[in-house]
Ligand binder design. Structure first.
Ligand code: ATP
Length: 648
């Protein structure tokens, strides 16, 4: 209520519309105080012009027009609001259902909407009201609502379709929220402006339709509404008699009601736009940001493993094959992009594992496939991904909903977009917990505050909207949400790439601190190998869809074995020592839509052995404890050919 008043203060047009509407409600409500007469009493002189005692004159039957106007407001407003509510409810429910479920549901609803849109409104109204004649005011309300919902459904559907594709809705689905909750708690608040506009539009349509029907004699003319007042004025030839006041009074009231609805509609954009609230918070945020930049800490010196790899892995990815099904592109195209090729990787409880490699080598596809988040055209071609022994790839959607967020969570590139722009951050932190059964408000609040402290945000920012936070803060909020249920594993795919280096390092240190405190495992994906060397217990290097080297971080840094790792390491500045010029890696990775019989790095390798490296694939072999590499420079082991059916 308080915020509604604040919004109205900020939108003069909405305020004017609301004032006009309130005035009409007051006239309707206090009618007995504003007139001593009854709207149906015929005790006065006929055709009296406005005068003392009869402010707006009298009708041909000797009724007081001012009294009829006051009492008529009651039914007119009831019809407008009730029909508006019913039609908006039908339109919103159908529009959102069509957009959320898509497919056949969408098609069926769309056909229904189109049928109602092409049917001419007035004849439909007349026919429907003829059928329901004698049913009183409620039959008029139902007729108007049933003929007026389709426009709202069409507009809401198209807007909801756009929302359906937004990251925060995908994230809500991935986090296991139920469809009804996603529709009502995530999507609906974003459509509030549109729904309100649709409501006021339909309410106006209802008032005008009622007036039109009544004027044509199709309404319940025994009742007093502004519409039936027009009907009687027309039927008794008020204009011919020069009794303009009889027509003008209800006509003007209908016009004023329309103006009120239109003004409110104009103001709704301002009312529902969260950017106008709490501008002060943004300023506080800027000051805090500036302060933080000044105290940017030095590089984290603590990269000692938190936990030694245990015997039973928490996550065991084995022989995972995944990629994308694309349209066949002639002779060269196989129709399959094999972005992840026979990848096996174990993550121990509490371990921080870094995954590095050039852009396009399949890191994200591996993260999505292993966590069962790969969406079409992405497909898992084969293999397993077991979390605590349970194969994520064979879980039913319901089983998956239960484990996601509780057993593992995921933070992806630019995942700050998963924050719903019109919900306060607090509600969004609560959401993941509520979807998994935490209901106690005190517990939710205590946990949300604790999480904010954990990721380095002042808990009072829980009351902020996403746009009031900087990019770094939003990313911290997403990380806090990912940690909310203390999952055993958090997969982070370049969660800090969009941020400046100072904020990146701060966030990473906080992730690491949270991991140590909570004992969770982290898989961290980035291009930045130097960052990984600092933070990780173990690092896996990916190239052309394969893990070509894997080792404890310090070992990999001190003794990279694969020529690609060596080059990749050389592409980043060293952690200490004099400044020197760094070179890139000449050449490009091979296309992932084709399979080569040899080492994928052959074309770019400075140490290649033609006749061997290009005809056979090196197998991944453990050269030192925990240090595996797939390169003929270190082992002669050959990997068996694994894609004999590349053409399907
Ligand atoms: N929707 C898609 N359809 C076809 N190919 C795709 C699709 N998405 C990704 N790919 C291909 O899959 C390969 C691996 O992409 P992926 O995003 O997993 O790599 P990445 O190492 O995570 O890259 P980056 O670091 O840039 O995010 C790339 O060659 C890419 O072209």
């Amino acid at each position: 209520m308080k915020s509604l008043l604040t919004f109205l203060r900020r939108s003069p047009r909405a305020a004017a519309g609301a004032a006009l509407l309130l005035l009409m409600f007051a006239l309707a409500l206090f009618a007995p105080l504003l007139t001593p007469y009854s709207p149906t009493s015929q005790d006065f002189g006929t055709w009296l012009p406005p005068q003392a005692g009869h402010l707006l004159g009298t009708t041909a039957l000797g009724q007081d027009i001012w009294t009829q106007l006051l009492y008529g407001a009651r039914l007119t407003l009831l019809i407008g609001f009730a029909a508006g509510i019913v039609a908006t409810f039908i339109g919103t429910a159908l529009g959102l259902t069509a957009a959320y479920f898509g497919g056949k549901t969408d098609e069926a609803i769309n056909v229904l909407v189109n049928v109602f849109l092409v049917l001419p409104g007035l004849p439909l109204l007349i026919i429907a009201s003829a059928f329901l004649r004698g049913g009183g005011v409620w039959s008029i309300i139902i007729v108007i609502a049933l003929t007026g919902w389709a426009w709202g459904a069409r507009v809401l559907r198209s807007q909801a379709l756009a929302l359906r594709g937004r990251d925060f809705v995908s994230a809500a689905i991935a986090s296991g929220e139920r469809p009804l909750r996603i529709i009502f708690a995530e999507m609906l608040p974003n459509l509030a402006g549109l729904i309100a506009a649709s409501f006021f539009g339909t309410a106006l349509y209802a008032v005008l339709s009622e007036a039109g029907l009544a004027y044509l004699g199709m309404g319940d003319v025994s009742q007093v509404t502004w519409g039936t007042m027009l009907y009687w004025a027309g039927a008794r030839g008020a204009l011919l008699q020069g009794a303009w006041w009889w027509i003008a009074a209800p006509g003007l009231m209908i016009a004023l009601l329309g103006t009120a609805f239109a003004l409110i509609n104009f103001g709704i954009d301002e009312i529902t736009n969260p950017r106008i609230v709490n501008a002060g918070m943004g300023r506080r945020r800027d000051r805090r940001r500036a302060g933080r930049a000044k105290v940017a800490p030095a590089l984290a010196a603590t990269s000692a493993p938190a936990t030694a790899p245990a015997a039973a892995p928490l996550l065991a990815v084995s022989h995972l094959d995944a990629g994308y099904l694309t349209p066949r592109t002639g002779r060269a195209g196989s129709g399959r992009v094999r972005a992840v090729r026979d990848v096996s990787l174990d993550i121990a409880p509490g371990e921080f594992v870094g995954l590095a490699g050039e852009s396009g080598c399949g890191k994200s596809t591996l993260a999505f496939a292993a966590t069962r988040l790969l969406e079409a055209p992405g497909t898992v071609f084969g293999g397993e991904s077991r979390l605590s022994g349970q194969d994520l790839l064979s879980l039913s959607p319901e089983e998956l909903r239960r484990v996601r967020w509780r057993d593992y969570s995921v933070v992806f590139q630019a995942s700050m977009n998963i924050l719903n722009p019109v919900l306060r951050v607090r509600e969004q932190v609560y959401d993941a917990m509520q979807a998994h059964g935490v209901k106690d408000p005190a517990r939710l609040e205590a946990r949300a505050r604790e999480l904010f402290e954990l990721v380095g945000i002042r808990p009072d920012y829980l009351a902020a909207y996403p746009h009031q936070l900087s990019g770094g803060m939003k990313q911290r909020v997403v990380i806090a949400i990912a940690l909310a249920l203390e999952p055993k594993l958090v997969v982070m795919d370049e969660p800090t790439t969009a941020l400046d280096v100072v904020v990146q390092r701060q966030i990473l240190q906080e992730i690491d601190a949270a991991r140590r405190r909570l004992g969770i495992s982290v898989v961290f994906i980035t291009h930045d190998l130097s960052l990984l060397v600092e933070m990780s217990d173990r690092i896996a290097i990916m190239y052309a869809g394969e893990i070509i080297e894997e080792a404890p971080a310090a070992d990999l840094y001190a003794r990279p074995l694969h020529p690609y790792t060596e080059r990749l390491m050389h592409a980043f500045p060293p952690l200490d020592g004099p400044r020197e010029r760094r070179g890139g890696i000449p050449g490009r990775p091979p296309p992932l839509s084709a399979d080569s019989p040899g080492c994928p790095f052959f074309d770019r390798c400075p140490s290649r052995m033609p006749g061997r490296c290009d005809t056979q694939k090196p197998a991944s072999v453990e050269i030192a404890p925990g240090h595996r590499v797939a390169c003929f420079l270190h082992s002669t082991a050959v990997k068996p050919q694994e894609y004999p059916d590349a053409a399907d």
